[in-house]
Design a protein around this ligand. Structure first.
Ligand code: ASP
Length: 167
């Protein structure tokens, strides 16, 4: 069994439509529901929900919370996937890269441009690709989106085309 940790922090991938406010927002964790749709017979996914934020609202303290949670898991020696809003995914990834100099496992950040469950969502694709990439990549911090793998220092969001490109 390959154990993989999955930490969710919010972002568009987990947004829901609020009938009260009429906007999509980060209200509740929804990743685990989609994880159950995947066939992963030899993987043990340990999912945990850390926070529920649009990444534009993430503070330095939130990033420290992510870092501390990752630090707590690194000793387990298993890859870590972090679901995160795309707008500041690179910032968090770079912060993690600066925080950990001797990684023994890959840390993969992923997210979505359209929420899980919405028509045309890229969420399940990105989640699936990230879980596979986390098993194959060398130690380091990466962004995995849309069939592409970027070392975090080489990635940037291309807002116009709603994807990530090489920086
Ligand atoms: N504003 C969102 C966020 O960064 C955008 C996204 O996730 O795609 O949380």
């Amino acid at each position: 069994m390959q154990r993989i940790y999955l930490i969710s922090t919010g972002g568009t991938i987990e947004k829901v439509y609020s009938e009260q406010s009429g906007v999509v927002e980060n209200r509740a964790a929804k990743l685990e529901r989609y994880l159950r749709m995947l066939r992963l017979p030899d993987a043990e996914i340990r999912a945990e929900h850390l926070m529920n934020k649009d990444s534009l609202e993430m503070t330095d303290a939130d990033r420290v919370e992510v870092r501390d949670r990752v630090a707590g898991l690194l000793a387990e020696g298993a890859p870590i996937v972090i679901s995160h809003g795309t707008d500041t995914m690179v910032e968090t990834g770079r912060f993690l890269e600066e925080s950990f100099h001797d990684l023994k496992v890959p840390i993969v950040l992923t997210g979505a441009m359209t929420p899980l469950g919405f028509e045309g969502s890229d969420g399940l694709q990105n989640l699936t690709e990230s879980l596979l990439a986390a098993r194959l990549l060398a130690p380091g911090v990466y962004i995995v989106m849309h069939g592409q793998v970027f070392p975090v220092s080489r990635a940037r969001k291309d807002k116009d085309n709603a994807t990530f490109v090489w920086a």
